[in-house]
Design a protein around this ligand. Sequence first.
Ligand SMILES: Cc1ncc(COP(=O)(O)O)c(C=O)c1O
Length: 388
Amino acid sequence: MKLSQALSRIAPSRTAAMMDRAFELKAAGKDIISLSVGEPDFATPPHVIEATKAALDRGDTKYTAVSGTLRLRQAAALHFARDLGVTVPPSQTMVSAGGKQAIFHALMATLDPGDEVLIPAPWWVSYPEIVRFGGGEVVALETTPASRYLITPDQLEAAITPRTTWLLLNSPGNPTGSVYSADELRALGEVLARHPQVMVMSDDIYAPLRYLPGRHATIAAVYPEIAERVLTVSGLSKSHAMTGFRIGLAAGPEWLIKAMGKLQSHSSGNPSSISQAAAVAALESPQDFLAEWREIMRSRRDRVVPAINAIPGLSTPAPDGAFYCLVDAAPLMTRFGDDEALVMHLLDHGVAVVAASAFGGHNGFRISFAASETDLDEAVRRIAGALT
Ligand SMILES: Cc1ncc(COP(=O)(O)O)c(C=O)c1O
C-alpha cells in the first residue's frame, strides 16, 4: 500500500481541521463559538432557493456541458463585466465545483516540477498546498500590516526569476482583508508586462465585500495589456451565501479555459446541474441585497476590531474587505510559545479561531466576523477572559 509523492507534499487544511474540531466539541455538548469558518452566516437568498426547487421540478438533474451550461456561462460573462469590469465572451468563462476547483484545475493544468509560484503571505490556506501538489515551488512574498498586507512592485520585481510561472493575487484577501487599489494593481501590471512568462491568478471571490469607497479593481480590468495571461476567479460561495452549492467561476484566455475544461472533463465532470440553475438565478436577479449584506459585515467589523484592540497583547488593523481580521498576538508568545498553543487555549475557553501560521503568517490568529453580534460580543468577552 502506498500514497503518492504528490500527496505527501501537502498538509491537510488547518481551517477545515479547526472547523471539524469545533463541530466535534459542540456535538459533545461543549459551548463553542466558532469564528473559524470561512462562510457568511446569511441564509441563501429565497429567490435562489426557489430557482433550485424549480430546477429539480423541471428535471435539470442530468449531465451538462463539462465547463458549465451555456446559460450559466452567459450569466458568468455578465457577472465578470458588470461586477469586475472584465469583458470576455462566454467561451472564455468556466464553471467549476467552487472557486477552489477552478484554482486547482488552473494550477494543475499549467505547473511542471520546479515551476515557481509567487504567493503574497499571509495567504489563503489552499494556495500553497495546491501548488505543491502540482509539483510547483512556493515563493512567499512576505507582507505586513504596515504595508496594509500588500506586495510592492519592487518586491515583485525582485522575486521574479525565469522559472516564475504564476503570481497569485487575492483581493479582498483571506485572511488579511487587504484590498489593492487600481493604481496599486497598475504598478504591479507594469512589472508583469516586463516578464511575459508570468501568469496571474486574481482571486476576487470576496469582491462584493469591500468596505472602501469606489469600484472594485481587478488586474485584468485595470491593466488590460496583460489580460491574455490573467485568470480572474470569482464565485457565489461568499458573495451570495451559497457555499454548499459549490459553484465557482473563472474568466481568462481561451487556451487556459480549454485546458481547465480538459482536466475537469476527467475529474468531476460538470458542476452540479441543480446548482448551476441556482447560480443563473443568483447572477441574473437584482444584486441590491449585496449592499445590505456588506453594511451588516462592515458594522460587525467596526464592532469587533476596537474590541480586539482593547485586549492587552492583541492588535489588528481594520480589514478593507472580506470578513476576517488577522489578529497579531506576538506579545503573548512568551506565554504560549506559538500561535497553535494560543488557539488551543482559546478553544478551551469556548472560542474557535485559526492560527495565523496556518495562513503562512506568524504569532496570531484569524477571526471570521461572519457571525451574529451576540456571538461576536460573547467571543470577544471569552478571548479577553482567556488572556487575563
Ligand atoms: C480566498 C479564497 N478563494 C477561494 C475560496 C474557495 O471558495 P469556494 O470553493 O467555496 O467557492 C475561498 C474559500 O474559503 C477563499 O477564501
